[in-house]
Design a protein around this ligand. Structure first.
Ligand SMILES: [Zn+2]
Length: 324
Protein backbone atom coordinates (compact mmCIF):
# COMPACT_ATOMS: atom_id res chain seq x y z
CA UNK A 1 0.00 0.00 0.00
CA UNK A 2 1.34 3.43 -0.98
CA UNK A 3 0.87 6.32 1.39
CA UNK A 4 0.15 9.75 -0.04
CA UNK A 5 1.94 12.13 2.34
CA UNK A 6 0.71 15.70 2.76
CA UNK A 7 1.52 18.74 4.89
CA UNK A 8 -0.71 21.28 6.60
CA UNK A 9 0.25 24.93 6.33
CA UNK A 10 -0.97 27.34 9.00
CA UNK A 11 0.60 30.66 9.80
CA UNK A 12 -1.30 32.67 7.21
CA UNK A 13 -0.22 34.57 4.12
CA UNK A 14 3.17 35.52 5.61
CA UNK A 15 4.04 31.85 5.90
CA UNK A 16 2.93 31.19 2.31
CA UNK A 17 5.33 33.85 1.02
CA UNK A 18 8.27 31.90 2.40
CA UNK A 19 7.24 28.50 1.03
CA UNK A 20 8.30 27.19 -2.35
CA UNK A 21 5.79 24.53 -3.47
CA UNK A 22 8.50 22.96 -5.65
CA UNK A 23 10.52 22.30 -2.51
CA UNK A 24 7.51 20.52 -0.96
CA UNK A 25 7.06 18.42 -4.07
CA UNK A 26 10.82 17.71 -4.04
CA UNK A 27 10.46 16.20 -0.58
CA UNK A 28 7.95 13.74 -2.01
CA UNK A 29 4.88 15.45 -0.55
CA UNK A 30 1.74 15.10 -2.65
CA UNK A 31 -0.84 17.26 -0.89
CA UNK A 32 -1.06 20.51 1.08
CA UNK A 33 -3.79 21.71 3.42
CA UNK A 34 -3.76 25.50 3.40
CA UNK A 35 -5.34 27.44 6.27
CA UNK A 36 -7.47 30.31 4.96
CA UNK A 37 -8.33 32.68 7.80
CA UNK A 38 -11.38 34.94 7.39
CA UNK A 39 -9.66 38.15 8.46
CA UNK A 40 -6.71 37.56 6.12
CA UNK A 41 -8.75 36.50 3.12
CA UNK A 42 -10.47 39.91 3.15
CA UNK A 43 -7.24 41.57 2.11
CA UNK A 44 -4.86 38.85 0.94
CA UNK A 45 -6.97 36.37 -1.01
CA UNK A 46 -4.89 37.06 -4.14
CA UNK A 47 -1.68 35.92 -2.40
CA UNK A 48 -3.36 32.72 -1.24
CA UNK A 49 -4.73 32.17 -4.75
CA UNK A 50 -1.22 32.63 -6.20
CA UNK A 51 0.17 30.11 -3.75
CA UNK A 52 -2.44 27.47 -4.60
CA UNK A 53 -1.75 27.99 -8.31
CA UNK A 54 1.97 27.36 -7.78
CA UNK A 55 1.11 24.26 -5.74
CA UNK A 56 -0.95 22.88 -8.58
CA UNK A 57 1.85 23.64 -11.04
CA UNK A 58 4.13 21.63 -8.74
CA UNK A 59 1.53 18.81 -8.97
CA UNK A 60 0.50 19.02 -5.33
CA UNK A 61 -3.13 18.42 -4.40
CA UNK A 62 -4.49 21.46 -2.57
CA UNK A 63 -7.14 21.51 0.16
CA UNK A 64 -8.46 24.73 1.66
CA UNK A 65 -9.09 24.86 5.41
CA UNK A 66 -11.34 27.84 6.22
CA UNK A 67 -10.65 29.26 9.70
CA UNK A 68 -12.62 31.97 11.46
CA UNK A 69 -15.70 32.71 9.31
CA UNK A 70 -18.01 33.02 12.30
CA UNK A 71 -16.08 30.33 14.21
CA UNK A 72 -18.64 27.55 13.78
CA UNK A 73 -15.61 25.64 12.61
CA UNK A 74 -12.16 26.18 13.90
CA UNK A 75 -10.95 24.77 17.18
CA UNK A 76 -8.17 27.34 17.54
CA UNK A 77 -9.18 30.11 19.97
CA UNK A 78 -6.35 32.34 18.69
CA UNK A 79 -7.97 32.71 15.24
CA UNK A 80 -10.09 35.84 15.14
CA UNK A 81 -13.31 36.44 13.25
CA UNK A 82 -14.41 39.92 12.28
CA UNK A 83 -17.87 38.50 11.65
CA UNK A 84 -18.15 37.43 15.29
CA UNK A 85 -17.13 40.91 16.45
CA UNK A 86 -19.48 42.74 14.10
CA UNK A 87 -22.60 40.59 14.38
CA UNK A 88 -23.32 39.95 18.06
CA UNK A 89 -26.99 39.28 17.32
CA UNK A 90 -26.14 36.35 15.03
CA UNK A 91 -24.04 34.55 17.62
CA UNK A 92 -25.03 31.40 19.51
CA UNK A 93 -27.01 32.01 22.70
CA UNK A 94 -26.11 29.69 25.56
CA UNK A 95 -28.43 28.12 28.12
CA UNK A 96 -27.65 30.95 30.57
CA UNK A 97 -28.75 33.56 28.05
CA UNK A 98 -25.24 34.73 27.10
CA UNK A 99 -23.96 35.24 23.55
CA UNK A 100 -20.95 33.02 22.73
CA UNK A 101 -18.00 33.72 20.45
CA UNK A 102 -19.42 31.55 17.65
CA UNK A 103 -22.06 32.36 15.04
CA UNK A 104 -25.18 30.19 15.03
CA UNK A 105 -25.18 27.71 12.12
CA UNK A 106 -28.99 27.93 12.08
CA UNK A 107 -29.05 31.72 11.72
CA UNK A 108 -30.17 32.46 8.12
CA UNK A 109 -28.24 35.76 7.83
CA UNK A 110 -25.03 34.07 8.97
CA UNK A 111 -25.62 31.08 6.69
CA UNK A 112 -26.04 33.37 3.70
CA UNK A 113 -22.86 35.30 4.52
CA UNK A 114 -20.91 32.09 5.17
CA UNK A 115 -22.09 30.42 1.95
CA UNK A 116 -21.24 33.47 -0.10
CA UNK A 117 -17.73 33.56 1.41
CA UNK A 118 -17.13 29.86 0.77
CA UNK A 119 -18.32 30.22 -2.81
CA UNK A 120 -15.88 33.11 -3.32
CA UNK A 121 -13.03 31.14 -1.74
CA UNK A 122 -13.77 28.18 -4.01
CA UNK A 123 -13.77 30.49 -7.06
CA UNK A 124 -10.49 32.13 -6.06
CA UNK A 125 -8.41 29.19 -5.00
CA UNK A 126 -7.30 26.48 -7.32
CA UNK A 127 -7.96 23.57 -5.08
CA UNK A 128 -9.10 19.97 -5.00
CA UNK A 129 -11.33 20.28 -1.98
CA UNK A 130 -12.17 21.75 1.39
CA UNK A 131 -11.55 20.52 4.92
CA UNK A 132 -14.16 21.58 7.51
CA UNK A 133 -12.24 21.65 10.76
CA UNK A 134 -14.18 20.68 13.88
CA UNK A 135 -17.58 22.27 13.19
CA UNK A 136 -19.24 22.61 16.57
CA UNK A 137 -21.67 24.31 18.91
CA UNK A 138 -20.51 26.11 22.03
CA UNK A 139 -20.28 23.96 25.13
CA UNK A 140 -18.90 24.62 28.60
CA UNK A 141 -19.40 23.03 31.98
CA UNK A 142 -22.96 23.85 32.93
CA UNK A 143 -23.96 25.63 29.73
CA UNK A 144 -24.55 24.84 26.10
CA UNK A 145 -25.71 26.53 22.92
CA UNK A 146 -27.70 27.30 20.97
CA UNK A 147 -31.00 28.63 22.27
CA UNK A 148 -31.36 31.58 19.87
CA UNK A 149 -34.77 32.35 18.33
CA UNK A 150 -33.92 30.47 15.14
CA UNK A 151 -32.86 27.33 17.00
CA UNK A 152 -35.97 27.49 19.21
CA UNK A 153 -38.22 27.85 16.16
CA UNK A 154 -36.44 25.12 14.24
CA UNK A 155 -36.62 22.69 17.15
CA UNK A 156 -40.33 23.45 17.61
CA UNK A 157 -41.01 22.89 13.91
CA UNK A 158 -39.29 19.50 14.12
CA UNK A 159 -40.73 18.28 17.44
CA UNK A 160 -43.85 20.39 18.14
CA UNK A 161 -42.25 20.97 21.55
CA UNK A 162 -40.24 23.77 23.08
CA UNK A 163 -36.44 23.40 22.99
CA UNK A 164 -35.53 21.77 26.35
CA UNK A 165 -33.43 23.73 28.84
CA UNK A 166 -31.37 20.65 29.67
CA UNK A 167 -28.98 19.12 27.18
CA UNK A 168 -31.02 15.92 26.82
CA UNK A 169 -30.91 13.36 24.00
CA UNK A 170 -33.32 15.37 21.83
CA UNK A 171 -31.08 18.43 22.08
CA UNK A 172 -27.97 16.36 21.37
CA UNK A 173 -29.65 15.00 18.22
CA UNK A 174 -30.81 18.50 17.24
CA UNK A 175 -27.28 19.90 17.53
CA UNK A 176 -25.89 16.98 15.52
CA UNK A 177 -28.48 17.45 12.75
CA UNK A 178 -27.83 21.19 12.72
CA UNK A 179 -24.09 20.65 12.13
CA UNK A 180 -24.80 18.24 9.27
CA UNK A 181 -27.23 20.75 7.70
CA UNK A 182 -24.57 23.45 8.05
CA UNK A 183 -22.04 21.24 6.24
CA UNK A 184 -24.56 20.54 3.48
CA UNK A 185 -24.89 24.32 2.97
CA UNK A 186 -21.09 24.72 2.98
CA UNK A 187 -20.66 21.98 0.37
CA UNK A 188 -23.48 23.37 -1.81
CA UNK A 189 -21.67 26.73 -1.74
CA UNK A 190 -18.29 25.39 -2.88
CA UNK A 191 -19.95 23.10 -5.42
CA UNK A 192 -21.54 26.18 -6.99
CA UNK A 193 -17.98 27.08 -7.99
CA UNK A 194 -16.81 23.56 -8.86
CA UNK A 195 -18.80 20.35 -8.52
CA UNK A 196 -15.67 18.22 -8.33
CA UNK A 197 -14.43 19.73 -5.05
CA UNK A 198 -13.96 17.09 -2.39
CA UNK A 199 -15.41 17.64 1.08
CA UNK A 200 -13.54 16.39 4.15
CA UNK A 201 -14.52 16.90 7.74
CA UNK A 202 -12.46 16.71 10.90
CA UNK A 203 -14.77 15.96 13.86
CA UNK A 204 -13.72 17.37 17.24
CA UNK A 205 -10.76 15.16 18.14
CA UNK A 206 -11.25 14.70 21.85
CA UNK A 207 -14.79 15.83 22.45
CA UNK A 208 -18.08 13.99 22.36
CA UNK A 209 -21.22 14.80 20.40
CA UNK A 210 -22.79 16.02 23.59
CA UNK A 211 -20.08 18.63 23.89
CA UNK A 212 -19.58 19.64 20.30
CA UNK A 213 -22.56 18.72 18.19
CA UNK A 214 -20.40 16.18 16.41
CA UNK A 215 -17.43 14.66 18.19
CA UNK A 216 -15.52 11.40 18.01
CA UNK A 217 -18.75 9.53 18.81
CA UNK A 218 -20.74 11.20 16.04
CA UNK A 219 -19.00 9.96 12.89
CA UNK A 220 -22.01 7.98 11.73
CA UNK A 221 -24.26 10.98 11.17
CA UNK A 222 -21.50 12.75 9.25
CA UNK A 223 -20.78 9.81 6.99
CA UNK A 224 -24.43 9.18 6.23
CA UNK A 225 -24.59 12.68 4.78
CA UNK A 226 -23.73 13.56 1.20
CA UNK A 227 -21.89 16.58 2.67
CA UNK A 228 -18.93 14.38 3.55
CA UNK A 229 -16.71 12.52 1.08
CA UNK A 230 -13.86 11.81 3.45
CA UNK A 231 -13.35 11.62 7.17
CA UNK A 232 -10.29 13.29 8.61
CA UNK A 233 -8.95 12.01 11.94
CA UNK A 234 -6.04 13.00 14.15
CA UNK A 235 -3.71 10.36 15.59
CA UNK A 236 -3.31 12.10 18.90
CA UNK A 237 -0.66 10.28 20.86
CA UNK A 238 1.75 12.95 22.11
CA UNK A 239 -0.70 14.95 24.24
CA UNK A 240 -2.45 11.81 25.45
CA UNK A 241 0.75 10.03 26.50
CA UNK A 242 -0.18 7.05 24.32
CA UNK A 243 1.87 4.64 22.26
CA UNK A 244 2.52 5.85 18.69
CA UNK A 245 1.95 2.53 16.94
CA UNK A 246 -1.22 1.65 18.87
CA UNK A 247 -2.66 5.13 18.28
CA UNK A 248 -2.01 5.09 14.53
CA UNK A 249 -3.42 1.60 14.17
CA UNK A 250 -6.54 2.09 16.30
CA UNK A 251 -7.37 5.55 14.93
CA UNK A 252 -6.99 4.39 11.34
CA UNK A 253 -8.95 1.18 11.91
CA UNK A 254 -11.83 3.08 13.52
CA UNK A 255 -11.93 5.47 10.55
CA UNK A 256 -11.87 2.59 8.05
CA UNK A 257 -14.65 0.74 9.90
CA UNK A 258 -16.82 3.86 9.79
CA UNK A 259 -16.08 4.84 6.18
CA UNK A 260 -15.75 1.57 4.28
CA UNK A 261 -19.43 0.56 4.37
CA UNK A 262 -20.32 3.89 2.80
CA UNK A 263 -17.52 3.81 0.22
CA UNK A 264 -15.93 6.95 1.65
CA UNK A 265 -12.28 7.55 2.34
CA UNK A 266 -10.29 8.74 5.32
CA UNK A 267 -7.24 10.86 6.00
CA UNK A 268 -4.98 10.46 9.02
CA UNK A 269 -3.24 13.45 10.62
CA UNK A 270 -0.02 13.16 12.58
CA UNK A 271 1.85 15.90 14.42
CA UNK A 272 5.45 16.14 13.22
CA UNK A 273 8.79 17.86 13.72
CA UNK A 274 12.44 16.86 13.22
CA UNK A 275 12.75 16.25 17.00
CA UNK A 276 13.31 12.55 17.83
CA UNK A 277 10.60 12.65 20.51
CA UNK A 278 8.00 13.25 17.77
CA UNK A 279 9.01 10.02 15.98
CA UNK A 280 7.83 11.33 12.62
CA UNK A 281 9.83 8.90 10.46
CA UNK A 282 8.65 5.96 12.52
CA UNK A 283 5.09 7.32 12.32
CA UNK A 284 5.23 7.39 8.52
CA UNK A 285 6.42 3.79 8.37
CA UNK A 286 3.79 2.67 10.87
CA UNK A 287 1.10 4.44 8.85
CA UNK A 288 2.13 2.44 5.80
CA UNK A 289 2.00 -0.83 7.76
CA UNK A 290 -1.44 0.10 9.09
CA UNK A 291 -2.71 0.66 5.54
CA UNK A 292 -3.15 4.45 5.71
CA UNK A 293 -3.75 5.86 2.22
CA UNK A 294 -3.36 9.58 2.92
CA UNK A 295 -1.34 10.91 5.84
CA UNK A 296 -1.06 14.62 6.61
CA UNK A 297 1.82 15.94 8.68
CA UNK A 298 0.81 18.81 11.00
CA UNK A 299 2.32 21.07 10.18
CA UNK A 300 4.73 23.19 8.18
CA UNK A 301 5.78 25.43 11.05
CA UNK A 302 6.86 22.70 13.47
CA UNK A 303 8.50 20.68 10.67
CA UNK A 304 10.16 22.95 8.13
CA UNK A 305 10.19 26.00 10.38
CA UNK A 306 12.43 24.12 12.83
CA UNK A 307 16.16 24.91 12.99
CA UNK A 308 16.81 21.16 12.83
CA UNK A 309 15.03 20.72 9.49
CA UNK A 310 18.15 21.20 7.35
CA UNK A 311 19.72 18.05 8.82
CA UNK A 312 16.42 16.16 8.84
CA UNK A 313 15.39 16.85 5.25
CA UNK A 314 17.28 13.96 3.64
CA UNK A 315 15.99 11.27 5.97
CA UNK A 316 12.44 12.60 5.67
CA UNK A 317 12.59 12.55 1.86
CA UNK A 318 14.00 9.02 1.97
CA UNK A 319 11.22 7.70 4.20
CA UNK A 320 8.51 9.48 2.20
CA UNK A 321 9.91 7.82 -0.92
CA UNK A 322 9.87 4.42 0.81
CA UNK A 323 6.24 4.66 1.87
CA UNK A 324 4.98 6.47 -1.23
ZN1 LIG B 1 -29.09 29.28 17.28
Amino acid sequence: MRVKVGLSIGGGVRALERIDPRELAGLGLRSVFVACAEDEMRWHAEEAAGFTRSCQTAELEVYAVPLGYGKVMDPDPSVDSLYVREHPRNLQLDSRGRRCGKACPNNPAFLEWFSSNMRTLAWLLECDGFLWDEPSFYFARGSWACRCDYCQRLFFAQHQQALPVDLDERVVAFRRTSIVMFLLAAVAAVHAADRRLLSMVMPGSTVTSREAGIGMDGWESLLESSAVDQLSVYAEWQTQGRDLEATIRSTHEAAVRATRARQKGSVLWLGGSPHPRDKLLEGLQLAQLAGVEHLVIAGHQSLMGSAEFGKFRKSLARVIEQVN
